[in-house]
Design a protein around this ligand. Structure first.
Ligand code: GLN
Length: 478
């Protein structure tokens, strides 16, 4: 029975519940036990969770998601449940309201199972920046799961949750999905409400699914999209998200940008990527070379813009309103300073300093203004490419999962993880990572990106490729 449940995708589990063959309570109990064991496991566990539900689901309303429990990245506000964004400064913080995305999924029938570990305020690519300890990769416990949604990705890959919610600012859904051998989708900016997501960089942050397969990603996304009066940047998704069913790619034009698929990509990743291109061609797709001439500057622009926005967003953490407050301060300024000194980790401090500098008078135009202009150029590159092709294909990450500790001493090496994912974030376009093979026994991710609001077509193409690639990512064998 147990390994049988583990084999089920979320869609299959929902189907069994709807057919009366499985009770939602039994499914919740099954995953709750697995998640709780990981949480209790200390060094023996993967450290995927910062909180796990106690007992039965608080509420499991009937809905199209059929009672399939959901793991949610720590940075989503969940009423009465710790929401700490991986930071010491928010330790024990229990918000009085729930993020729109989580609320919509709950109303559609997905009860909250657990909160997942993450890099502090979503800044990182390895989950080693969490104040609650690193997460381990279930494929090799000495390696990172990727980040910043590392807990969500590892939990799904290890079968500790049927699916999970993450966020992606520069790659934080796609890169951990790639490193853990699962599917991760960053939707078009604005299609999912950011209300109740503890902000990192507001013009880039997007919520999205981390799932076992492409169908599950579509199923979850369908319930998340839509305008929200609480988020002025949210947009009505044109039409509905359907169930992807394509099996062929006849007539689909796929663009491969040399800038994001050559230099810097590790050999084993490149081999898996090239094999995926062959599969795509065998399915009838037309492969074309495209150019994204400004993409090599995306990382530099991102590491000005994201820290600039974070320095502003994180100004609210001052010991007055949320989380911890330093004791024994001499005066108000001293209290602010000590709280932020004690509450933030080193990467967050680095970003606040970078961002404050980039926004300071005299430097604003040279850094922030210029980075914004590069951002526009990058968006224009994509727009020009989508005149020629339907989707762009790249490896998701330049390497497979690396060893814990390997890059912590070198922030620039860490930032390079996002080389292939950041351009799409800057352009606000949707992109999905699907597992496309193994290199040295570790999963490799394939990224497909499309024009804004092309999610239905993107999911269809990913579905066709997923079938052809036949990656065996079942957690039953991990
Ligand atoms: N790794 C990138 C960063 O550290 C992206 C993070 C994210 O997408 N949240 O900023």
């Amino acid at each position: 029975m147990s390994s049988d449940l583990l084999e089920l995708t979320a869609a299959q589990a929902a189907g069994r519940i709807a057919a009366g063959e499985l009770s939602a309570a039994a499914l919740f109990a099954f995953y709750r036990e697995r998640a709780a064991a990981d949480r209790a496991g200390g060094e023996d566990g993967l450290n995927c969770f910062t909180w796990v539900a106690e007992g039965a689901a608080a509420d499991a309303p009937a809905g199209s998601l059929g009672g399939v429990p959901l793991a949610v990245k720590d940075l989503f506000c969940t009423r009465g449940v710790p929401s700490q964004s991986g930071s010491r400064i928010l330790e024990g913080y229990e918000p009085p309201y729930t993020a729109t995305a989580v609320e919509r999924l709950r109303e559609a029938g997905a009860p909250l199972l657990a909160k997942t570990n993450q890099d502090e305020f979503a800044m990182g690519s390895s989950n080693e920046n969490s104040a609650y300890g690193p997460v381990r990769n279930p494929w090799d416990r000495s390696r990172v799961p990727g980040g910043s949604s590392g807990g969500s990705a590892a939990a799904v890959a290890a079968g500790l949750a049927p699916w999970a919610l993450g966020t992606d600012t520069g790659g934080s859904i796609r890169q951990p999905a790639a490193l853990c051998g699962i599917v991760g989708l960053k939707p078009t900016y604005g299609s999912v409400s950011r209300y109740g997501m503890i902000a990192f960089a507001s013009s880039l942050d997007q919520a999205g699914p981390l799932t076992r397969d492409v169908r599950d990603a579509a199923l979850m996304l369908a319930q998340m999209v839509g305008q929200d009066s609480c988020d002025a940047t949210s947009l009505q998704f044109p039409g509905e998200i359907g169930v992807p069913s394509a099996e062929r790619l006849d007539g689909v034009r796929l663009g491969v940008p040399a800038e994001l698929s050559g230099e810097g990509i590790e050999a084993g990743v490149k081999e898996a990527f090239d094999r995926s291109l062959e599969q795509a061609a065998a399915l009838g797709a037309e492969l074309l070379d495209v150019s994204l001439p400004h993409a090599p500057h995306a990382l530099s622009a991102y590491y000005v813009l994201a820290p600039a926005e974070c320095s502003s967003n994180l100004a609210r953490f001052d010991g007055v309103r949320y989380g911890i407050r330093a004791e024994g301060a001499a005066d108000l300024l001293d209290m602010y300073t000590r709280t932020r000194h004690d509450g933030f980790g080193p990467e967050v401090k680095r970003r606040i300093m970078l961002g404050t500098y980039a926004l300071s008078s005299g430097y604003y135009d040279a850094y922030y203004g210029r980075a914004q202009r590069v951002r526009t150029k990058i968006a224009e590159d994509f727009a020009a490419a989508f005149e020629q092709v339907d989707f762009i294909l790249t490896p998701t990450a330049p390497t497979v999962a690396f060893a814990l500790g390997e890059k912590t001493g070198d922030p620039l090496a860490m930032y390079l993880n996002d080389y292939c994912t950041v351009p799409m974030s800057l352009a606000g376009i949707p992109a999905i990572s699907i597992p496309c093979g193994l290199s040295g026994g570790l999963p490799v991710g394939l990224q497909l990106a499309g024009a804004a609001f092309s999610e239905n077509k993107l999911l269809d193409a990913a579905h066709a490729l997923e079938r052809a690639l036949a990656f065996d990512g079942s957690p039953a064998h991990v």
